[in-house]
Design a protein around this ligand. Structure first.
Ligand code: SAM
Length: 284
Protein backbone atom coordinates (compact mmCIF):
# COMPACT_ATOMS: atom_id res chain seq x y z
CA UNK A 1 0.00 0.00 0.00
CA UNK A 2 1.44 3.40 -0.86
CA UNK A 3 0.02 6.58 0.59
CA UNK A 4 0.92 9.95 -0.83
CA UNK A 5 -0.66 13.14 0.36
CA UNK A 6 -3.89 12.84 -1.57
CA UNK A 7 -4.43 9.19 -2.59
CA UNK A 8 -4.83 5.75 -1.06
CA UNK A 9 -3.43 3.12 -3.43
CA UNK A 10 -3.54 -0.67 -3.11
CA UNK A 11 -0.93 -2.10 -5.50
CA UNK A 12 -1.24 -5.89 -6.06
CA UNK A 13 2.14 -7.28 -7.16
CA UNK A 14 0.79 -10.72 -8.15
CA UNK A 15 -1.68 -9.30 -10.63
CA UNK A 16 0.18 -6.17 -11.70
CA UNK A 17 -2.85 -4.08 -10.85
CA UNK A 18 -3.63 -1.28 -8.43
CA UNK A 19 -6.64 0.58 -7.14
CA UNK A 20 -6.73 4.15 -5.80
CA UNK A 21 -9.18 6.42 -4.00
CA UNK A 22 -8.70 10.14 -3.49
CA UNK A 23 -8.37 11.03 0.18
CA UNK A 24 -9.47 12.92 2.83
CA UNK A 25 -7.28 11.46 5.48
CA UNK A 26 -6.48 8.32 7.40
CA UNK A 27 -8.62 8.52 10.51
CA UNK A 28 -7.62 5.30 12.31
CA UNK A 29 -4.89 2.66 12.28
CA UNK A 30 -4.26 -0.25 14.64
CA UNK A 31 -2.51 -3.58 14.74
CA UNK A 32 -4.64 -6.34 16.27
CA UNK A 33 -3.33 -9.82 17.13
CA UNK A 34 -4.54 -10.87 13.67
CA UNK A 35 -3.99 -8.02 11.20
CA UNK A 36 -3.53 -4.30 10.62
CA UNK A 37 -6.81 -2.39 10.28
CA UNK A 38 -6.94 1.12 8.81
CA UNK A 39 -9.85 3.46 8.19
CA UNK A 40 -9.70 6.30 5.69
CA UNK A 41 -12.11 9.12 4.95
CA UNK A 42 -12.16 9.42 1.14
CA UNK A 43 -13.38 12.24 -1.10
CA UNK A 44 -16.01 10.28 -3.04
CA UNK A 45 -16.47 6.81 -1.44
CA UNK A 46 -17.17 7.75 2.15
CA UNK A 47 -15.15 5.72 4.64
CA UNK A 48 -12.81 2.92 3.49
CA UNK A 49 -11.65 0.05 5.71
CA UNK A 50 -8.50 -1.83 4.75
CA UNK A 51 -7.02 -4.93 6.36
CA UNK A 52 -3.29 -5.48 5.87
CA UNK A 53 -3.43 -2.84 3.13
CA UNK A 54 -6.21 -4.59 1.17
CA UNK A 55 -9.53 -2.83 0.54
CA UNK A 56 -12.34 -4.42 2.56
CA UNK A 57 -15.40 -2.18 2.59
CA UNK A 58 -16.37 1.35 1.57
CA UNK A 59 -19.45 3.35 2.44
CA UNK A 60 -20.33 3.91 -1.20
CA UNK A 61 -20.05 0.50 -2.88
CA UNK A 62 -20.38 -2.16 -0.18
CA UNK A 63 -24.00 -2.81 -1.15
CA UNK A 64 -22.84 -4.57 -4.32
CA UNK A 65 -20.91 -7.20 -2.37
CA UNK A 66 -23.15 -7.61 0.67
CA UNK A 67 -26.32 -7.98 -1.43
CA UNK A 68 -24.77 -10.44 -3.90
CA UNK A 69 -23.07 -12.57 -1.26
CA UNK A 70 -26.38 -13.10 0.53
CA UNK A 71 -29.63 -12.74 -1.50
CA UNK A 72 -28.87 -15.00 -4.50
CA UNK A 73 -27.84 -17.96 -2.35
CA UNK A 74 -30.61 -17.42 0.24
CA UNK A 75 -33.20 -17.35 -2.57
CA UNK A 76 -31.58 -20.45 -4.10
CA UNK A 77 -32.47 -22.50 -0.99
CA UNK A 78 -36.09 -23.58 -0.38
CA UNK A 79 -36.07 -22.74 3.35
CA UNK A 80 -32.81 -21.32 4.79
CA UNK A 81 -33.54 -21.30 8.53
CA UNK A 82 -30.06 -21.59 10.10
CA UNK A 83 -27.24 -19.51 8.57
CA UNK A 84 -23.59 -19.08 9.55
CA UNK A 85 -21.37 -16.29 8.26
CA UNK A 86 -17.63 -16.96 8.58
CA UNK A 87 -15.75 -13.65 8.66
CA UNK A 88 -18.02 -10.77 7.71
CA UNK A 89 -16.81 -8.66 10.63
CA UNK A 90 -18.07 -5.42 9.09
CA UNK A 91 -21.60 -6.90 9.61
CA UNK A 92 -22.93 -5.90 6.18
CA UNK A 93 -23.62 -9.49 5.13
CA UNK A 94 -25.35 -10.18 8.47
CA UNK A 95 -27.64 -7.19 7.87
CA UNK A 96 -28.67 -8.53 4.46
CA UNK A 97 -29.22 -12.10 5.72
CA UNK A 98 -31.53 -10.87 8.48
CA UNK A 99 -33.77 -9.12 5.93
CA UNK A 100 -35.09 -12.62 5.14
CA UNK A 101 -37.93 -13.53 7.53
CA UNK A 102 -37.43 -17.25 6.86
CA UNK A 103 -34.01 -17.06 8.53
CA UNK A 104 -34.40 -18.17 12.16
CA UNK A 105 -30.76 -17.98 13.32
CA UNK A 106 -27.78 -16.08 11.88
CA UNK A 107 -24.41 -16.69 13.57
CA UNK A 108 -21.43 -14.56 12.57
CA UNK A 109 -18.03 -16.15 13.34
CA UNK A 110 -15.42 -13.37 13.05
CA UNK A 111 -11.87 -13.96 14.28
CA UNK A 112 -11.11 -10.28 15.01
CA UNK A 113 -13.55 -8.40 17.24
CA UNK A 114 -11.83 -5.12 16.45
CA UNK A 115 -13.18 -5.26 12.88
CA UNK A 116 -16.72 -5.25 14.22
CA UNK A 117 -16.08 -2.56 16.84
CA UNK A 118 -14.54 -0.29 14.21
CA UNK A 119 -17.41 -1.01 11.82
CA UNK A 120 -19.86 0.01 14.56
CA UNK A 121 -17.98 3.32 14.76
CA UNK A 122 -17.37 4.10 11.06
CA UNK A 123 -20.01 1.98 9.25
CA UNK A 124 -22.95 2.02 11.70
CA UNK A 125 -25.36 1.55 8.77
CA UNK A 126 -23.89 -1.96 8.31
CA UNK A 127 -24.46 -2.85 11.97
CA UNK A 128 -28.17 -1.99 12.28
CA UNK A 129 -29.19 -5.67 12.51
CA UNK A 130 -26.60 -6.67 15.13
CA UNK A 131 -29.24 -6.47 17.86
CA UNK A 132 -31.72 -8.70 16.03
CA UNK A 133 -32.75 -11.52 18.42
CA UNK A 134 -31.91 -14.04 15.66
CA UNK A 135 -28.30 -12.78 15.44
CA UNK A 136 -25.31 -14.18 17.35
CA UNK A 137 -21.93 -12.46 17.08
CA UNK A 138 -19.25 -15.04 17.94
CA UNK A 139 -15.60 -13.90 17.96
CA UNK A 140 -13.24 -16.73 17.10
CA UNK A 141 -11.63 -18.74 14.29
CA UNK A 142 -14.14 -19.98 11.75
CA UNK A 143 -12.00 -23.04 11.06
CA UNK A 144 -12.18 -24.19 14.68
CA UNK A 145 -15.86 -23.27 14.94
CA UNK A 146 -16.84 -25.36 11.91
CA UNK A 147 -14.84 -28.35 13.19
CA UNK A 148 -17.04 -28.34 16.31
CA UNK A 149 -20.32 -27.54 14.56
CA UNK A 150 -23.19 -29.98 15.15
CA UNK A 151 -23.58 -32.25 12.10
CA UNK A 152 -26.48 -31.37 9.81
CA UNK A 153 -27.33 -28.24 11.80
CA UNK A 154 -27.04 -25.58 9.07
CA UNK A 155 -28.86 -24.71 5.87
CA UNK A 156 -26.41 -22.09 4.62
CA UNK A 157 -22.76 -21.16 5.17
CA UNK A 158 -21.52 -17.81 3.86
CA UNK A 159 -17.74 -17.40 3.89
CA UNK A 160 -17.12 -13.66 3.78
CA UNK A 161 -13.43 -13.72 4.53
CA UNK A 162 -10.32 -11.84 3.58
CA UNK A 163 -8.11 -13.15 0.76
CA UNK A 164 -6.61 -16.67 1.13
CA UNK A 165 -3.64 -15.53 3.21
CA UNK A 166 -3.01 -15.28 6.94
CA UNK A 167 -5.91 -16.37 9.17
CA UNK A 168 -8.17 -16.84 6.11
CA UNK A 169 -5.87 -19.24 4.24
CA UNK A 170 -7.36 -22.36 5.84
CA UNK A 171 -10.86 -21.31 4.77
CA UNK A 172 -9.96 -22.18 1.18
CA UNK A 173 -8.92 -25.79 1.73
CA UNK A 174 -10.33 -29.32 1.64
CA UNK A 175 -10.24 -29.92 5.40
CA UNK A 176 -12.41 -26.89 6.09
CA UNK A 177 -14.81 -27.83 3.30
CA UNK A 178 -15.11 -31.34 4.78
CA UNK A 179 -16.27 -29.81 8.07
CA UNK A 180 -18.70 -27.57 6.14
CA UNK A 181 -20.24 -30.55 4.32
CA UNK A 182 -20.80 -32.30 7.64
CA UNK A 183 -22.34 -29.20 9.28
CA UNK A 184 -24.84 -28.71 6.44
CA UNK A 185 -28.24 -30.41 6.26
CA UNK A 186 -29.19 -32.25 3.05
CA UNK A 187 -29.94 -29.55 0.46
CA UNK A 188 -27.60 -27.18 2.29
CA UNK A 189 -25.60 -24.53 0.41
CA UNK A 190 -22.26 -22.79 0.90
CA UNK A 191 -21.13 -19.58 -0.77
CA UNK A 192 -17.58 -18.28 -0.49
CA UNK A 193 -16.15 -15.02 -1.78
CA UNK A 194 -13.85 -16.31 -4.52
CA UNK A 195 -11.98 -13.26 -5.79
CA UNK A 196 -11.89 -12.00 -9.39
CA UNK A 197 -12.92 -14.22 -12.36
CA UNK A 198 -10.46 -12.25 -14.52
CA UNK A 199 -7.45 -12.15 -12.19
CA UNK A 200 -7.86 -15.27 -10.02
CA UNK A 201 -9.39 -18.01 -12.21
CA UNK A 202 -6.78 -20.63 -11.18
CA UNK A 203 -7.71 -20.06 -7.52
CA UNK A 204 -11.41 -20.37 -8.36
CA UNK A 205 -10.93 -23.64 -10.27
CA UNK A 206 -8.84 -25.01 -7.38
CA UNK A 207 -11.53 -24.01 -4.86
CA UNK A 208 -14.22 -25.82 -6.88
CA UNK A 209 -11.96 -28.90 -7.14
CA UNK A 210 -11.39 -28.93 -3.37
CA UNK A 211 -15.12 -28.42 -2.70
CA UNK A 212 -16.04 -31.41 -4.84
CA UNK A 213 -13.23 -33.53 -3.37
CA UNK A 214 -14.54 -32.67 0.10
CA UNK A 215 -17.94 -34.10 -0.81
CA UNK A 216 -20.01 -31.28 -2.23
CA UNK A 217 -22.15 -32.72 -5.02
CA UNK A 218 -22.09 -29.69 -7.30
CA UNK A 219 -20.47 -26.24 -7.54
CA UNK A 220 -21.50 -23.07 -9.34
CA UNK A 221 -20.13 -19.57 -9.70
CA UNK A 222 -21.93 -16.26 -9.50
CA UNK A 223 -20.33 -12.95 -10.40
CA UNK A 224 -20.99 -9.28 -9.81
CA UNK A 225 -19.31 -5.85 -9.92
CA UNK A 226 -17.36 -4.75 -6.84
CA UNK A 227 -15.54 -1.49 -7.51
CA UNK A 228 -12.94 -1.37 -4.75
CA UNK A 229 -11.64 -4.95 -5.21
CA UNK A 230 -8.92 -5.82 -7.74
CA UNK A 231 -10.33 -5.66 -11.32
CA UNK A 232 -13.71 -4.39 -10.03
CA UNK A 233 -15.25 -7.77 -10.98
CA UNK A 234 -15.85 -10.27 -8.18
CA UNK A 235 -17.32 -13.70 -7.61
CA UNK A 236 -18.97 -16.03 -5.14
CA UNK A 237 -18.46 -19.79 -5.41
CA UNK A 238 -21.51 -21.86 -4.47
CA UNK A 239 -21.25 -25.48 -3.32
CA UNK A 240 -24.30 -27.75 -3.02
CA UNK A 241 -24.43 -30.62 -0.52
CA UNK A 242 -27.06 -32.23 -2.74
CA UNK A 243 -26.88 -32.24 -6.56
CA UNK A 244 -29.69 -30.84 -8.64
CA UNK A 245 -31.31 -27.58 -9.67
CA UNK A 246 -31.24 -24.67 -7.26
CA UNK A 247 -34.49 -23.24 -5.94
CA UNK A 248 -35.35 -19.88 -7.43
CA UNK A 249 -37.47 -17.95 -4.90
CA UNK A 250 -37.95 -14.66 -6.73
CA UNK A 251 -41.39 -13.52 -5.61
CA UNK A 252 -41.59 -9.81 -6.60
CA UNK A 253 -43.09 -8.70 -3.27
CA UNK A 254 -40.39 -10.55 -1.34
CA UNK A 255 -37.66 -8.99 -3.47
CA UNK A 256 -39.13 -5.51 -3.12
CA UNK A 257 -39.24 -5.98 0.66
CA UNK A 258 -35.47 -6.50 0.69
CA UNK A 259 -35.01 -2.85 -0.34
CA UNK A 260 -31.88 -3.82 -2.25
CA UNK A 261 -30.04 -1.35 -4.51
CA UNK A 262 -28.46 -3.90 -6.87
CA UNK A 263 -30.20 -7.22 -6.28
CA UNK A 264 -33.44 -8.11 -8.09
CA UNK A 265 -34.77 -11.07 -10.12
CA UNK A 266 -32.85 -9.95 -13.23
CA UNK A 267 -29.50 -9.46 -11.51
CA UNK A 268 -30.07 -12.74 -9.64
CA UNK A 269 -30.33 -14.63 -12.93
CA UNK A 270 -27.59 -12.59 -14.62
CA UNK A 271 -25.15 -13.37 -11.79
CA UNK A 272 -25.32 -17.08 -12.69
CA UNK A 273 -24.83 -16.46 -16.43
CA UNK A 274 -21.15 -17.24 -16.92
CA UNK A 275 -18.70 -16.00 -19.59
CA UNK A 276 -17.39 -18.68 -21.93
CA UNK A 277 -13.80 -18.63 -20.59
CA UNK A 278 -15.10 -19.17 -17.04
CA UNK A 279 -17.38 -22.03 -18.08
CA UNK A 280 -14.49 -23.72 -19.86
CA UNK A 281 -12.15 -23.34 -16.87
CA UNK A 282 -14.74 -24.75 -14.46
CA UNK A 283 -15.89 -27.48 -16.85
CA UNK A 284 -19.54 -26.43 -16.49
N1 SAM B 1 -15.73 -8.37 1.90
C1 SAM B 1 -14.34 -8.51 2.26
C2 SAM B 1 -13.55 -9.18 1.18
O1 SAM B 1 -14.15 -9.82 0.30
O2 SAM B 1 -12.32 -9.06 1.23
C3 SAM B 1 -14.23 -9.24 3.55
C4 SAM B 1 -15.02 -8.60 4.62
S1 SAM B 1 -14.65 -9.01 6.25
C5 SAM B 1 -13.83 -7.56 6.75
C6 SAM B 1 -13.39 -10.25 6.16
C7 SAM B 1 -13.17 -10.78 7.55
O3 SAM B 1 -12.69 -12.13 7.54
C8 SAM B 1 -12.16 -9.98 8.36
O4 SAM B 1 -12.85 -9.24 9.33
C9 SAM B 1 -11.24 -11.05 8.98
O5 SAM B 1 -10.91 -10.77 10.34
C10 SAM B 1 -12.11 -12.30 8.85
N2 SAM B 1 -11.39 -13.58 8.91
C11 SAM B 1 -10.24 -13.92 8.29
N3 SAM B 1 -9.90 -15.18 8.60
C12 SAM B 1 -10.86 -15.66 9.46
C13 SAM B 1 -11.07 -16.89 10.13
N4 SAM B 1 -10.21 -17.92 10.00
N5 SAM B 1 -12.17 -17.03 10.91
C14 SAM B 1 -13.06 -15.99 11.04
N6 SAM B 1 -12.91 -14.78 10.44
C15 SAM B 1 -11.81 -14.63 9.65
Amino acid sequence: MSLDNHWFTEPVEQTGTAFSLKLGERVHAEATPYQKIEIYRTETFGYLMTIDGCTMVSTRDNFLYHEMMSHPVLNSHPNPRDVVIVGGGDCGTLREVLKHPEVKTATQVEIDERVTRLSEQYFPELCVANGDPRATLFFGDGIAWMKEATPESLDLIIIDSTDPVGPAEGLFGRKFYLDCVQALRPGGLLIQQSESPLLHLPLITEMHKFMREAGFAQTRLLHFPQVIYPSGWWSGSIAQKTAGPLAERLDPAMIDALGAQFYNADTHRAAFALPTFVKKALGI
